[in-house]
Design a protein around this ligand. Structure first.
Ligand code: FAD
Ligand code: 2HG
Ligand code: ZN
Length: 493
């Protein structure tokens, strides 16, 4: 993609404006009025090391008012920008594609308030998920979202991507939990919809457009969210199973027997666990090796009640030979250790080089078939192997079984066009045939924007484009189309 020269080039005068506005020295990382420094590098590349930008300026506003002034100035000067939270996104949406200014939200990191009676939390968008969850833990509450990147991702980034994560099965999506949003529109207008109300049927629920909007219509600066009570008891079990049919049986049994205390049901295939083992060399949770594993978590308010339920469930799945082997964590350390075999997969898969990632919604009965079909496809053309000559290390499937959300990952020794051509559009066509989604929880970003038509009709794409035009009207006239997100071009919305 070529840089669109309708966007202005950064000058020393622009940099001076931002330095004067933001005051604090650390709030502006400048590679314009001085030689580009290494300090810019982390903001120019993504977690997967797949996308690389060339920004010469990172600004870190410290308040909603500063975000507003930054965006207004950029709008007036045709300067392209990209919003960035913890930069843990997996679709290349958080890094500049060219020389866009990075608006990094990390300085907006205050917890604005928490009401222990209603469980309503109000935070700045730049708060890190794990820090917020620790704050809530001290108050016997829990953030209704958890994911492997919790140590770095921001609440604003979570909301902007409508992240799903490990406990959506229990607490539902951010579309239900987020009560209010404060955001700044492309022209600098502050949209204060930071409601704390659970119910508010007074017209359109506009904040929903910002949840999963990936920063295309505004920068989220504040979020209010309903947080559930933290459960007193938590249990984690890890099972080995002989087939995907057995995994489905185990899921049905878990839903019917553990019902309201079930808080996660995660799937890992044997190859994903082999690759984690190859990287960490940790002792495996089970003696034998199986083609499938699942991790089941329960959490509830009465430890005895939960244990009783769980015991009955274990008797059932072992007795009926639904699972072949299993282990139940005995303490918090073991809980963390079992979770690491699931949460550690994305990081371990990156060990060899590049990973092609597909985050898919698929009707449950066919969920694993895509992994088998993909593996067969790459094997048949000789791309998978143990040595340097073969670009592909392994094709693995894992994910949020409870949400019918598969993560198909192809771990490679290097990003390789031959591999990519075999995978795309094959994976997207496979998904479209089954009316699935080509992005269940990670968003479109740069990686998926060209493929949105596999999951959305022309009418839906037209409606999305109308919304983009409405919120960013200057783009239609001037056209300052992608003032907010240059990496999202007209093709996308
Ligand atoms: P970034 O990566 O910085 O940005 C993501 C997108 O949001 C970009 O388009 C960016 O422009 C935009 N954005 C960021 N902040 C704002 C803002 N304040 N206002 C407007 N737009 C903004 N995702 C899941 O759904 N479920 C998972 O289980 C999960 N697990 C993960 C595990 C690992 C190890 C990693 C690395 C990622 C995982 N993710 C998962 C991806 C997930 O999207 C991100 O971790 C997280 O939600 C992004 O937050 P962030 O602050 O890092 O956002
Ligand atoms: C997870 O569930 C994340 O671990 C990451 O969504 C998935 O890396 C991936 O493909
Ligand atoms: Zn996931």
């Amino acid at each position: 993609i070529k840089r669109d020269n309708k966007f202005g080039k950064l000058s020393k005068a622009h940099v001076k404006f931002f330095k004067d506005l933001l005051g604090a020295q650390s709030a502006v990382i400048d590679g314009v009025s001085q030689d580009a420094t290494d300090d810019l590098e982390p903001f120019n590349s993504d977690w997967m090391r797949k996308y690389k930008g060339h920004t010469k300026l990172v600004v870190k506003p410290g308040s909603t008012d500063e975000v507003s002034k930054v965006l207004k100035y950029c709008n007036n000067n045709m300067l392209a920008v990209v919003p960035q939270g913890g930069n843990s996104g997996l679709v290349g949406g958080s890094v500049p594609v060219y020389d866009e200014i990075v608006i990094n939200m990390s300085r907006m990191n205050s917890i604005r308030g928490f009401d222990e009676v209603s469980g309503t939390l109000v935070v700045d968008a730049g708060c890190i998920l794990e820090i917020v969850d620790h704050f809530l833990a001290e108050r016997n509450h829990i953030f209704p979202l958890d994911l492997g990147a919790k140590g770095s991702c921001h609440i604003g980034g979570n909301v902007a991507t409508n992240a799903g994560g490990l406990r959506l099965l229990r607490y539902g999506s951010l579309h239900g939990n987020v009560l209010g949003i404060e955001a700044v529109l492309p022209d600098g207008t502050v949209m204060d919809d930071l409601s704390k109300l659970r119910k508010n049927n007074t017209g359109y629920d506009i904040k929903q457009l910002f949840i999963g909007g990936e920063g295309t219509i505004g920068i989220i600066t504040g979020v209010s969210i309903l947080c559930p009570q933290r459960s007193k008891a938590a249990n984690v079990a890890f099972f080995g199973l002989e087939s995907f049919d057995k995994v489905q049986e185990a899921f049905r049994a878990a839903k019917s027997q553990l019902s309201e205390i079930l808080s996660a049901f995660e799937l890992m295939d044997g190859q994903s666990q082999d690759l984690v083992h190859a990287v960490t060399a940790k002792k495996r949770p089970l003696e034998g090796q199986y083609p499938f594993y699942c991790l089941i978590e329960t959490s509830g308010s009465n430890p005895d009640h939960d244990s009783e339920k769980l015991e009955k469930f274990l008797e059932h799945v072992m007795g009926e030979e639904i699972v072949s082997d299993g282990v139940l964590a005995q303490d918090e350390t073991q809980i963390q250790s079992l979770w690491s075999w699931r949460e550690g997969i994305p990081e371990c898969l990156g060990h060899w080089g590049g990973v092609y990632k597909y985050d898919l919604s698929i009707p449950l009965p066919e969920l694993y078939k895509l992994v088998e079909d993909t593996r067969e496809r790459l094997t048949s053309v000789g791309l998978i192997g143990d040595d340097e000559k073969h670009p592909v290390v392994g094709v693995v499937g894992y994910g949020h079984m409870g949400d019918s959300n598969l993560h198909l990952n192809v771990a490679t020794r290097r990003f390789d066009t031959e591999v990519e051509k075999k995978l795309e559009p094959f994976v997207y066509e496979w998904i479209a045939k089954r009316n699935g989604s080509i992005s269940a929880e990670h968003g479109l970003g740069l990686a998926k924007k060209a493929f949105v038509g596999y999951s959305r009709s022309e009418t839906m794409i037209r409606l999305m484009k109308q919304i983009k035009d409405l919120y960013d009207p200057v783009s239609r006239i001037t056209p300052l189309l992608d003032c907010l997100m240059t990496n999202y071009t007209a093709e996308r919305y």
